[in-house]
Design a protein around this ligand. Structure first.
Ligand code: HEC
Length: 459
């Protein structure tokens, strides 16, 4: 059932997110006179700066009073409507690390502040440094550059593979990897592997970086990169899917050596199928991989369970969405052993309408996992539970997705709608955004007593 995997992470992305929820602003005890320094900046730091900072996923920074003041009215509007911050998961169903949902009170304070003229206040507010760096975790210990990619105005989808060699003074433990595109609006997904060269195998670490444009998304050239021999003829150890990137994904570093792993002095990072496009202006992307080291020895190995498309469980009825129809599909899997879930990732494409996942324990109790009432293709977070979530052996994990293939769906790529389904290439399901997918990915470790008390929040 498992595909062993160290899961990490990454960052964010594009276009606008929408959210549900009414805004019953029955709020008293608001400050008489709201100021930026006292009332507004702390809300923005937590909920907005992960994207609205230099080179973040959002198109502009909100990391200064001047920048915020300039957009005060729009900020009042998009927060009131809960368009920003984008957080598709229903906070009345389950909770996650880094949850970005403004309280009614916070929204009311923003409204009041803007109405009162958006004043700065007497003191200056100083943002925490990680709100202005190119990372959602902390300052990276190492930044691995990939070759830059120039997309020209009018380019359609293009796929690249790129390899970067790294030579460290000694072997290290890695606690997190975070893929960061500089043009997040253009990068649709990426999947990366590590190649570990054994000590003394004298890998040519000084061999330059290499980039290839892939002929299609399922690329055979990847094989030759993954088979990169060391000078002594030995093959490196591979860590598959060591890092992934999808729109909206943000970096996370698990505490206490959970999911950490060792890398050899000489290793390579291989970016597989970085999917760019389409471009409406000419830009250069300089994606990097942020690396975070730890001195804490790896403690728990993470595994991945994937339900649905390409996964362990079949989709019922099969994922075919006729034109002008709304359809509902379910996928189920019974887990044979006790597991502790860390992170989940629901994944659908443009026709997605809603997503629900829960586990039914052998005694019939339900464990809520996630509910997304209004699917939004642009925000596909990896959601991490605040504490490890135990699911006992024999529980059935159930995921239910709805797809809307009518013209009421603003994301529908076909006008008029036409039938859409999973489509299969030689290597598996197509990842083209115009085909559909229904996946539920669970990152877990085998349960140990006390796991339900292990916090996954940053200390
Ligand atoms: C996960 C990333 C992310 C977070 C968190 C986030 N934003 Fe955004 N925001 C974006 C992106 C991307 C856009 C550009 C979308 C677009 O306009 O197409 C955007 C657009 C905006 C806009 C322009 C909307 C318009 O119609 O012009 C405003 C204003 C805004 N965000 C404010 C905020 C505020 C305030 C917060 C926090 C309360 C916030 N955002 C949190 C990513 C984010």
């Amino acid at each position: 059932m498992v595909k062993c995997k160290y899961l990490y992470i990454i960052i964010l992305l594009i276009v606008i997110g929408t959210n549900s929820c009414g805004t019953g602003v029955a709020v008293d005890d608001l400050p008489d006179r709201a100021t930026f320094a006292n009332d507004i900046a702390p809300i923005l730091q937590k909920n907005c700066l992960p994207c609205h900072r230099e080179q973040g996923a959002a198109p502009f920074s909100l990391a200064s009073y001047a920048a915020v003041k300039k957009r005060a009215k729009t900020i009042a509007k998009v927060t009131q409507k809960r368009i920003m911050p984008p957080w598709p998961a229903d906070p009345t169903y389950s909770h996650f690390v880094g949850e970005k949902v403004l309280s009614d009170r916070e929204i009311a304070i923003i409204q009041k502040w803007v109405k009162q003229g958006a004043v700065e206040g007497d003191q200056k507010y100083v943002y925490r440094p990680n709100a202005i760096e190119r990372s959602n975790i902390r300052k990276p210990d190492l930044v691995i550059p990939f070759d830059s990619v120039m997309m020209h105005e009018g380019d359609l989808d293009r796929f690249f593979i790129s390899l970067s060699n790294v030579s460290l003074p000694k072997k290290r433990f890695i606690s997190a990897l975070e893929f960061v595109p500089t043009e997040p609006g253009l990068v649709h997904h990426a999947n990366g592997h590590l190649l570990l060269y054994k000590e003394g195998s004298k890998r040519m670490p000084r061999r330059p970086r290499r980039k290839m444009e892939a002929r299609s998304e399922m690329n055979s050239d990847l094989g030759s990169l993954l088979e990169m021999q060391a000078d002594d003829g030995s093959l490196p150890t591979r860590i598959h899917s060591a890092f992934n990137y999808l729109p909206g994904v943000q970096g996370i570093e698990y505490p206490n050596g959970i999911g950490a792993f060792e890398v050899t002095k000489d290793f390579a990072a291989v970016m597989n199928d970085v999917h760019y496009g389409p471009a409406d202006k000419t830009v250069v992307d300089r994606s990097v991989l942020n690396v975070f080291f730890t001195d804490i020895a790896p403690s728990r190995v993470l595994s991945e369970l994937m339900l649905g498309t390409n996964g362990v469980s079949k989709i019922v009825p099969p994922l075919v969405v006729p034109a002008n129809k709304v359809t509902k599909h379910t996928t189920r899997f019974t887990i044979p052993e006790d597991i502790s879930v860390l992170t989940i990732n629901p994944h659908l494409h443009m026709l997605g309408k809603s997503f629900l996942a829960f586990a039914v324990k052998p005694n019939g109790d339900t464990i809520p996992l996630i509910r997304i009432l209004r699917w939004n293709f642009n925000w596909q977070y990896f959601y991490t539970y605040k504490t490890m979530l135990r699911i006992p052996a024999g529980s059935e994990i159930v995921a239910v997705a709805e797809f809307d293939n009518t013209s009421n769906n603003p994301w529908n790529p076909n006008r008029p709608p036409k039938a859409v389904s999973e489509r299969w290439d030689s290597g598996g399901a197509s990842m083209r955004a115009s085909d559909e997918m229904f996946q539920f990915i669970i990152t877990y470790t085998l349960y140990k007593k006390g796991d339900e008390f292990v916090s996954l929040e940053k200390k």
